[in-house]
Every structure is written in structure tokens, then in C-alpha cells.
Write a protein that binds this ligand. Structure first.
Ligand code: URA
Length: 413
């Protein structure tokens, strides 16, 4: 394999053979293909795309770069959900324990923040002591006991995706149908699932900007999943405004706990239920009851304990992760909120420090926004648009200026 030639051929829009893709991915996983060449290849794929055959091959190579989950005979249905990434998207934190309460096993392997979107693992790590680095045997033991585990990729679980995901995050190559399909589907298929629901986002706060692109991504992922014999559902969800009212690592855990307690923002609860009912094997009414009677919350707490956290810290997260400047931003006009641009909110929260500018950099758990207004709300001058959690005055001013652009208020005549 001559890597510069492969990069040039992809740059010119040629279709690569399965052997070429396999050699490239194997070489990258072993550390023989350096990051700078893989970055160039990722940029070529970003601009030129891949054929369905290339995407399927890339997905298989990523699965084969590591180990797959294997379960004992007679195990319960194994199900999962994956989102293509959005702003304030904390659905996994609620859905995984909820669906486990309905008698399923949920081996949820999640990612870190990517681009402007937050990552489930970063959010979970804001719970002091919570371990996301579990071995496969530890994960299987927890599944047998609790029916749910939320963890990161081990060194042996789709290692090719683990490396490429971190590289794409910092090289402007995330929003590619080919690479998102292979990244998500390799991890989900290596979980050896029976059922999978995909939450495919589109809009300013998503990698896919239009419904049409989101549909193409959904079709691409469904094709790869069905080829492997998994029941795959896709739900397309707009990401023009953030989901819920909180964006930021610890702030999103706090909002998730509200939802797990049967409360929380209506749009968040509805999205959780819409997705959960595709895979849970029970009715929406049953799922609502499991949220409202505390079952899902108890399962979440049990998972926190099993993975090294202390549930006594959960009600104290806001004190544990307390930013230096916490201040409300108020509206200068009255009217109806006509837009809360999720892309700008995501940028603001990223720049506050909730995400990464370099691969493997630490994230700030405390920063972000809460009490965000929602589209359609009527608001008076002087009322709160959002509360910003920043580490410096300068950061606060930066985020406030971005939020003034993000939130549009239409006058009522
Ligand atoms: N989530 C993933 O796991 N991978 C992507 O590429 C995008 C979202």
C-alpha cells in the first residue's frame, strides 16, 4: 500500500477497493499510518464521499479492528440507541436506564464531545468517580446484574474508530455521511445488538444541516445495519434549537436527573419516549410509568454506584462543579421567541470550555448554560434568556454576545 497514492485517488473521487480500505485502516490502527496522512485521507473522504460498498467495508474494517460483545445463551433482547450528535442532547443518559427497566440489556458504548456537540462520556465523568473505562468482562457482569452499562471504547473495541473519531474532531472532518455511518455503526454492530434506534439530527446544531442530508445519513446507516441482520429504526429530529434547557457537561446531568425523576423539559421527555418505544418492547404508557414511578431513576443510581460514583453527589453536582461567573442574561425586548440557534449555542458552550480544541484535551465540567428559553415562549423585556456559567468575565461576555445573536424575539403587534 502506498498511502499518498490512496489519498490522491480518493481526492480525485475514485472508488477504493476493499483491500485498499482494509490495509489503510489496519495500518492506521497499528500506528503505521500517521495521523497527518489519515487527516488528509479524512478530508478527501469529506469532500468526495464514499460509495455504499466503500462505507460497508470501512464499517467492517472498524469492527474487525477490535473485539465484539458476546452474550450468554438465552440473554434478554440487547438494544441500544445512538444519536448523530446535537446540542443539549442528553437523551442517552435517560433512555439507557429506562429501557433496561423494561427488561432489555443496554450495552451503551458512547463517545466524547465531537465538534460542537457534547459527548455522553464527558457528561458522565462530571459525576465524581464515575468510570467509563470498563473492560468487556466488567461490562458483561454489570449487564447481567443491572441490564445497563454506559462506557467508552476500550482499547479492544473498535480501536480504529476511537483513533479516527478523535482525529476528525480536530481536523474539521466530522460531517461526512461515510465517516459518521462507519463510526456509529461499527460501535453499534460490535455491541452485537438485536435492535437499534438511531436519532438522526438535522439543523444548525447538527452535523447534517438539512432534512435531506439527515435522510441520506439515516438510509446509509440503516443499510449497513440491516446487512448485518440488526433491526434498525431511524427517527429524524430537528436540531434547530437545543434539546431541553441546559447545555454543558454537569448541567446536562442535572437536567437528566430531573427527567429521570419524571419532570424536566417537555421536549426532552418526548424525545426520550419517541426513541425508547422503538426498541423497548413495551408500550409508551409503560415507559412513562417507569419514568414517573422512579424505576428509571433507581436504575440510573444503581449504574452510578456500580461504575464508581457516589449517588450522594448527584444532588450536589451544581456545587461540585461551580463556575466562577454564573450570571443570567436578560432580554432587551418583549415578544415571542422565534429562534434559539442551536449551532451558535453549541459554539458558545464549546468556547466556554465544555468541549475540546485539541484531541484528548480535558473538558470543563462546570461551564455551559441553563434556564434557556424555548422557541414559542412569550417573553417580556428583562426576563431571563439563559443563565451562563463561565470561568472568566471575558468568557461570559463572549458567550453573552453569542447568545444575543442566537436568540431571536419577534414582536407581537
Ligand atoms: N457519533 C459517533 O459516534 N461518530 C460520529 O462520527 C458522529 C457521531
Amino acid at each position: 500500500m502506498h498511502v499518498p497514492t490512496l489519498i490522491s485517488r480518493k481526492r480525485e473521487g475514485e472508488e477504493l477497493s476493499s483491500i485498499e480500505i482494509k490495509d489503510l485502516i489496519d495500518g492506521y490502527t497499528r500506528g503505521e499510518v500517521p495521523d497527518y496522512q489519515m487527516s488528509a485521507f479524512a478530508m478527501a473522504v469529506f469532500f468526495r464521499g464514499m460509495s455504499p460498498r466503500e462505507i460497508a467495508t470501512l464499517t467492517h474494517c472498524m469492527i474487525e479492528s477490535g473485539d465484539c460483545f458476546s452474550y450468554p445463551v438465552g440473554h434478554p433482547p440487547v438494544v441500544d440507541k445512538h444519536s448523530t450528535g446535537g446540542i443539549g442532547d442528553k437523551v442517552s443518559l435517560i433512555l439507557a436506564p429506562l429501557v433496561a427497566c423494561a427488561g432489555n440489556w443496554v450495552p451503551m458504548v458512547s463517545g466524547r464531545g465531537l465538534g460542537i456537540t457534547g459527548g455522553t462520556l464527558d457528561k458522565l465523568e462530571s459525576i465524581p468517580g464515575f468510570k467509563v473505562n470498563l473492560s468487556m468482562p466488567q461490562a458483561l457482569a454489570q449487564l447481567a446484574e443491572l441490564g445497563v452499562v454506559m462506557m467508552g471504547q476500550t482499547e479492544r473495541f473498535c480501536p480504529a474508530d476511537k483513533k479516527l473519531y478523535a482525529l476528525r474532531d480536530v481536523t474539521g472532518t466530522v460531517p461526512s455521511i461515510a465517516m459518521i455511518t462507519a463510526s456509529i455503526m461499527s460501535k453499534k454492530l460490535a455491541e452485537s445488538l438485536d435492535r437499534l434506534v438511531l436519532d438522526v439530527k438535522y439543523g444548525s446544531g447538527a452535523f447534517m444541516q438539512t432534512h435531506e442530508d439527515a435522510q441520506a445519513l439515516a438510509d446509509s446507516m440503516i443499510a449497513v445495519g440491516r446487512e448485518m441482520g440488526v433491526e434498525v429504526h431511524a427517527v429524524l429530529n430537528p436540531m434547530s434549537e437545543p434539546l431541553g434547557q441546559a447545555v454543558g457537561n454537569a448541567l446536562e446531568i442535572i437536567e437528566s436527573l430531573d427527567c429521570l425523576d419524571g419532570a424536566g423539559p417537555a421536549d426532552l421527555r418526548a424525545t426520550v419516549l419517541d426513541l425508547a418505544e422503538k426498541i423497548a418492547g413495551c408500550s409508551r404508557g409503560d415507559l412513562e410509568r417507569l419514568l414517573d414511578d422512579g424505576s428509571a431513576r433507581r436504575r440510573f443510581d444503581a449504574m452510578v454506584t456500580a461504575q464508581g460514583g457516589n449517588i450522594a453527589d448527584l444532588p450536589r453536582l451544581a456545587e461540585i462543579h461551580c463556575a466562577a461567573v454564573i450570571r443570567e442574561l436578560t432580554s432587551t425586548s418583549s415578544g415571542v421567541v422565534s429562534a434559539v440557534n442551536a449551532g451558535l449555542v453549541g459554539q458558545a458552550v464549546l468556547q466556554l470550555g465544555a468541549g475540546r480544541a485539541k484531541a484528548n484535551a480535558p473538558v470543563d465540567f462546570a461551564v455551559g448554560m441553563d434556564r434557556l428559553v424555548k422557541c414559542g415562549e412569550t417573553i417580556a423585556a428583562g426576563q431571563v434568556i439563559c443563565r451562563i456559567h463561565a470561568q472568566t468575565e471575558a468568557d461570559y461576555r463572549m458567550a453573552a454576545a453569542m447568545m444575543e445573536k442566537a436568540v431571536e424575539i419577534s414582536r407581537i403587534d
